[in-house]
Structures are given as structure tokens and as C-alpha cells.
Design a protein around this ligand. Structure first.
Ligand code: LMR
Length: 335
């Protein structure tokens, strides 16, 4: 009798607690440190998503290329081995989508307002929809502000780049940018940059300050130039089939959590980069030089041919619509 009762109890427990068997685990992999805008927004998403789904979803975070490096992570997402990524959009070229490289054109994004207006509007939506043919879906854009350049020699004028090897992300525009300056670009995974700089495999790199600081690149770079020559945009992406297969209520809760995490990311990016600059200054290993407006104009002019040469692959219309948003934001600022 006692055994029958026990069996009945176990059976009842199994049929009445399906939630236990249905926890959905989302693996979120990324390549940067946890104390960066992306790392902290990923943590925020985890918190919000788990709270909103009351334990039905568990988000596992794998920062710092722990699970996958650049390139490998996109492939892993396509085969469903990982569920969320937030790569820089400069890394979509190898998938066969070139339009995202519009963000890499030198000096095309003059300020954060322009970047936000573009990603929040029609251009941003259209670009994300291009991912669908690759089995991916874009949930949000995150922002990491301007990129700066570093090396072991001062970089003040375009000619200073001549003959130097620079690590770049896998974007044809970024390679062309450094070639235009007479430097030699080398595509390399983010996780390898510190060692490559340390061992002299490359002489320099470009990154927002939060990455330069948290990856300790400043320890192996004697000079840093605040050039604001490029802008780093991230897209949070999922495997489309996996996402569409989630229960509708879970998907809605996750989308809401993503929206909130994205708003949060925007509020911290600029401050994180400012804090990183202060920390690099304090470390005293790196001489920091900020380009004057006249020097920036010189760099912009030297790099102008890059924009022209990518009209056919990125699309002249897309480049012009980005320029139009920048002009509109500038006009509004003047008012
Ligand atoms: C890089 O590879 O340089 C960066 O895009 C890394 C990142 O995701 O911020």
C-alpha cells in the first residue's frame, strides 16, 4: 500500500510540474569582457529575461570568447550550438552580407545621435532583415561609440601609418581604410589581438576605449590617438528557426527584456568609454593624443577615396541615405 501511494505521488509530481522539464536554456556568447557596455548589457538581459519568464528561461553568458571566437561564433549560431550573439556588424561581410560595412566607412558617423537615428529607423530595419536569408534574426542594435587607433609610435598624420601592420575585423572596408593610409591590415579574431600586439605580429589596432582598456591592450601600445575615425555598432542576433520555435509568450517576454537591455546599453556606453580613457591615462603606459579639428579634417580627406570605392559593393543609395541622416542631425543641432 505504501509503495502504491509513493508511486502515485511520484506520478502526480511528474505530471503537475511540467515547468521543471521545460526550462529553456539560452547560451549567449560574446567576445568582450564583462565590464564593457556589451558585457554589462548581456548581464542585464539575463536578469530581465529570467525574471520575466519566472524561471522558464535560463540565460547562460559566455563572455571573452570563452566559448567561441569571432567567425566561429557565427557558424555556431547558424548550427544552433549557441543561441544569442552580439557581434560587431563589421563581422557580417564573410556571411555574404556587405551592406553592414556602411558603418565602417571612415568618418561616416559623426556622432551618437546619427548612429542611433540610423539603426532605429528604416535603414537599420532593412539591414537586419538581410540576415534572415542566412538563418539569422536581428533583435536589436547595441552601440559602442567611436573607435580610436593605437600603435607603438605616434599616429598624428595619415603618413604615420605607412608600413605598419594593423589588426582589423573581417570587414573589407576596414582593410581598405588601413591600406589607403599605406598600412598593412591583418584580419584577426578579437581574442588574439592582445598577444599579437605583445609579440609584434601586428603593430597597432583600432577599438573603442572600453575594449582597449579591458583587454589590457594599452599595456602593449605606447601611443593612442583619439581619432574618432570609425564607429562600432553591434547587432544582437539569434538563430531564426530556434527563435520562431519558442512559445509565443516566452518570445514576447524575451523581446521585451531585450528592448530594456538595449536601452540600458545606450545609457552606459559613453560613460564606460570615458571611464576607460581615464583609466588608461592613470595607468601611465600610453601617451594619449587627441586629434585637433584640423588634423581630423586631414585624416578625413586622406580617407575619402575609401567611401567612393565601396559605392558599388555597399550601394551608393545606402551610403547616401546614411549621409542624409548625418546631415539632418547636424542641421537639427545647429537650430
Ligand atoms: C573587435 O573585434 O575589435 C570588436 O568588435 C570586439 C567587440 O565586439 O567589441
Amino acid at each position: 500500500m505504501r509503495i502504491r501511494c509513493l508511486l502515485l505521488f511520484v506520478f502526480a509530481a511528474i505530471v503537475t510540474t511540467p515547468a521543471l522539464a521545460q526550462v529553456i536554456t539560452l547560451k549567449f556568447s560574446h567576445v568582450v569582457a564583462t565590464d564593457t557596455p556589451k558585457g554589462r548589457a548581456a548581464e542585464k538581459f539575463k536578469q530581465l529575461a529570467e525574471a520575466a519568464t519566472k524561471g522558464r528561461v535560463k540565460v547562460e553568458l559566455y563572455p571573452n570568447s570563452q566559448l567561441y571566437r569571432d567567425g566561429d561564433e557565427l557558424e555556431a549560431l547558424q548550427r544552433g550550438a549557441v543561441h544569442l550573439l552580439a557581434p560587431s556588424v563589421s563581422k557580417f561581410g564573410p556571411l555574404g552580407i556587405k551592406e553592414f560595412e556602411v558603418f565602417d566607412l571612415p568618418y561616416i558617423i559623426p556622432d551618437v545621435q546619427t548612429a542611433e537615428r540610423i539603426v532605429d529607423g528604416e535603414i537599420g530595419r532593412r539591414l537586419l532583415s538581410r540576415l534572415e536569408s542566412k538563418g539569422l534574426k536581428g533583435l536589436a542594435y547595441w552601440d559602442n561609440g567611436f573607435k580610436q587607433v593605437s600603435a607603438n609610435k605616434p599616429l598624428r598624420k595619415p603618413a604615420d601609418f605607412r608600413g605598419l601592420k594593423f589588426r582589423v575585423q573581417s570587414s573589407k572596408v576596414l582593410s581598405a581604410t588601413f591600406r589607403q593610409l599605406g598600412a598593412m591590415p591583418q584580419v584577426m579574431a578579437f581574442s588574439e589581438v592582445y598577444t599579437a600586439l605583445q609579440q609584434g605580429v601586428v603593430d597597432g589596432a583600432e577599438n573603442p576605449l572600453s575594449n582597449l582598456y579591458t583587454q589590457k591592450m594599452y599595456e602593449v601600445q605606447k601611443h593612442l590617438t583619439i581619432s574618432d575615425h570609425g564607429y562600432l555598432v553591434y547587432a544582437v542576433i539569434v538563430n531564426k528557426k530556434f527563435w520562431d520555435g519558442l512559445p509565443a509568450d516566452i518570445r514576447a517576454a524575451l523581446e521585451q527584456a531585450m528592448q530594456e537591455a538595449s536601452r540600458y546599453e545606450r545609457t552606459i556606453a559613453a560613460q564606460d568609454n570615458a571611464d576607460a580613457l581615464a583609466a588608461v591615462k592613470k595607468a601611465g603606459t600610453t601617451e594619449i593624443y587627441a586629434l585637433s579639428a584640423a588634423e581630423k579634417a586631414q585624416w578625413r580627406e586622406a580617407l575619402a577615396p575609401v567611401r567612393k570605392s565601396f559605392e558599388s559593393s555597399i550601394g551608393r543609395e545606402l551610403i547616401q541615405s546614411v549621409e542624409a541622416v548625418a546631415a539632418q542631425v547636424a542641421a537639427e543641432k545647429k537650430k
